[in-house]
Write a protein that binds this ligand. Structure first.
Ligand code: NOJ
Length: 596
């Protein structure tokens, strides 16, 4: 998810960084099991629509432009609802669609009750919501309330004077020794404080200086948030993805970041002393009154802390995004080569730290991360399609609600960036200033990393067809260049090809939807140390499925563990083979699902 700090320099140190268990959180306190009615459970779990859902993330700016201005919009999304439904997903998560000056592409909100002008009007939103409901899908929107835009009327007021009625809506501190109030760093490079000329005081911004952090310790702020949540829920939206929600409660006294958190400040900013109190209050005041799905973007939350946020008996959130898997390929913001046993260990850890009263998410991409096939598969021509299908098989058969990012169902790839001028993301532009313009990192090294991890890789426009700009816009220019491979990789071509990634994805989605074992079944990794093949079972009562994924570019003769034999082949991404015994002859990047 979250973009650059100026960490390129610290790669060596980061290589040793452990992302688990900083001893800063409260211990997990969950009541003992008993409270649920076992008769209503499946494998111990309370069935819920959001546990059975497949979520598709739409990044509105890049999805589909309806009016030729080069920027995606709500009407564009409405026009492609059949495409989304055809994929077999049933929930759409819409990245921010609110009025914003776009310092951070909509994650800086100026008015929480207004639609971004470039995206359309409130009646366009209502049409979109109607179209989603007509198709029996659900719409989840982004709740970005750790910070607002500095152009929000609350901040415009707040900065005017120390005694303004809105002063305490944000986090203001006087200078300390003629300098910033503490050593906190922003995720977008530089200090997390900016001095404001009107009063000479500093305000806190964990992200861009145009994203001042709201002061959640002020009950008025929390009530404003609950009101705006009700505004959207009363319109009929089905829940929220909550942007960096674990950061909303700040540590008492705003103490300096300890040295060992400098390169991973998220673990210091997250899980502040009142977080649980505020989430419980939000749940009581708002969420408990609606049948909604909530998923917290839990950057800086460890697997061990997760139950404290999502155990249903605590009445806080439904699910969180844990970043261990999606960030496995990163040392800070620099690319690192990852291994399959590491990835498997993460999924096992997530599963083993879980219990029947909580639920996980599964995702390997979003608008803050590179393309899934480029980061976790192999986007070279011979293996792009097969590896994208292996990843789809995995995402749709692991335990937890899958979140799929737009374009990944087509196997869209990272963009071949060669110059900083091709980039849009504030995180990358600030990092360029902080690192390249100070001669700390060479432009070549910087750009090589951009090609691997930059957020802009996933933000290039959807590739709809082989016409100019990939059919994303009828205008001359898209807001961010379309990937030059759009003539080969696009929705129109894939819809017409029965062997396409899109059509495979849709079969996999159908398989998940009709197979409770892939939702509620137990998960077991059968061969954790195998560096090439990922083999696991999902078991629900007597129903058992075996998933075999070759994550390598070579053929593998794989001996199933003793006692296991290939059963009925339910799906494979390559030609169906006839392996019947205990040895599977896997082609490069082959995926198979068997019913045992
Ligand atoms: C997380 C969002 O996913 C990211 O895009 C954004 O820049 C930060 N939060 C700040 O809102």
């Amino acid at each position: 998810m979250i973009p650059a700090r100026n960490t390129f320099l610290l790669l060596a140190a980061l290589a040793l960084t452990s992302f688990s268990s900083p001893a800063l959180d409260e211990p997990t306190k969950v009541p003992s099991p008993s409270s649920t009615n076992p008769a209503a459970t499946v494998n111990g779990y309370q069935p819920k629509w959001w546990k059975e859902a497949i979520v598709y993330q739409v990044y509105p700016r890049s999805f589909k432009d309806s009016n030729g201005d080069g920027i995606g919009d709500l009407k564009g999304i409405t026009s492609e609802l059949d495409y989304i439904q055809g994929l077999g997903v049933n929930v759409i998560w819409l990245s921010p669609h609110f009025d914003s000056p776009n310092a951070d592409n909509g994650y800086d909100i100026r008015d929480y009750r207004k639609v971004m002008t470039e995206f359309g009007t409130m009646s366009d939103f209502d049409e979109l919501l109607k179209g989603v409901k007509q198709r029996n899908m659900k719409l989840v929107i982004d709740l970005v309330v750790n910070h607002s835009s500095d152009e929000h009327k609350w901040f415009v007021e707040s900065r005017k004077s120390k005694d303004n009625a809105y002063r305490d809506y944000y986090i203001w501190r006087p200078a300390k020794d003629d300098n910033v109030p503490n050593n906190w760093v922003s995720f977008f490079s530089g200090p997390a404080w900016k001095q404001d000329p009107a009063t000479g005081e500093y305000y806190l911004h964990l992200f861009a200086d145009k994203q001042p952090d709201l002061n959640w310790d002020n009950p008025k702020v929390r009530n404003e948030v609950y009101d705006l949540m009700k505004f959207w829920l009363d319109k009929g939206v089905d829940g929220f993805r909550m942007d960096v929600i674990p950061f909303v409660s700040k540590r008492e006294g705003l103490p300096d970041l300890p040295a060992d958190y400098m390169t991973r400040p998220q673990f210091f900013y997250a899980m502040g002393p009142h977080l649980h109190e505020y989430l419980k209050e939000m749940n009581h005041e708002v969420l408990s009154k609606y049948d909604v799905m909530t998923v917290g973007e839990a950057f800086g939350v460890t697997v061990e802390q997760t139950p404290t946020l999502v155990d249903e008996r605590r009445n806080e959130l439904n699910m969180i995004f844990n970043f261990d898997a999606v960030r496995l390929n990163r040392n800070g913001e620099a690319w690192r080569d990852w291994t399959l046993p590491e990835l498997k260990a993460i999924y096992t850890n997530l599963d083993q730290t879980s219990n029947v009263h909580m639920w996980n998410t599964v995702f390997l991409s979003n608008h803050d991360n590179p393309r899934v096939v480029s980061a976790f598969g192999d986007d070279s021509a011979p293996f792009r399609a097969a590896s994208a299908k292996v990843l789809a098989t995995m995402l749709l058969t692991l335990k937890g609600t899958p979140f799929i990012y737009q374009g990944d169902e087509l196997g869209m790839t990272n963009y071949p960036f060669t110059s900083i001028d091709q980039c849009d993301d504030i995180a990358v532009k600030n990092a360029w200033k902080a690192l390249v313009l100070t001669n700390t990192v060479s432009p070549d090294v910087f750009m090589a990393n951009v090609r691997k991890v930059s957020r802009d890789n996933s933000r290039t426009p959807m590739q709809w067809d082989s016409s100019a700009n990939g059919g994303f816009t009828t205008g001359a220019k898209a807001w961010l260049a379309v990937n030059p491979n759009y003539k080969d990789i696009n929705a129109k071509q894939e819809l017409g090809d029965p062997n396409s990634i899109y059509n495979y994805f849709r079969q996999m989605a159908e398989l998940r939807r009709k197979t409770p074992a892939f939702v509620y079944g137990d998960y077991k990794d059968l061969d954790p140390n195998n560096a090439k093949v990922f083999v696991y079972t999902r078991t629900l009562g007597k129903e058992k499925y075996l998933v075999v994924l070759n994550f390598s570019e070579g053929a593998v003769a794989y001996d199933l563990p003793a006692g296991l034999k290939a059963g009925e082949l339910v799906i494979s991404n390559l030609a169906k083979l006839t392996d019947q015994g205990g040895t599977l002859h896997l082609k490069p990047w082959e995926a198979r699902v068997y019913k045992l």
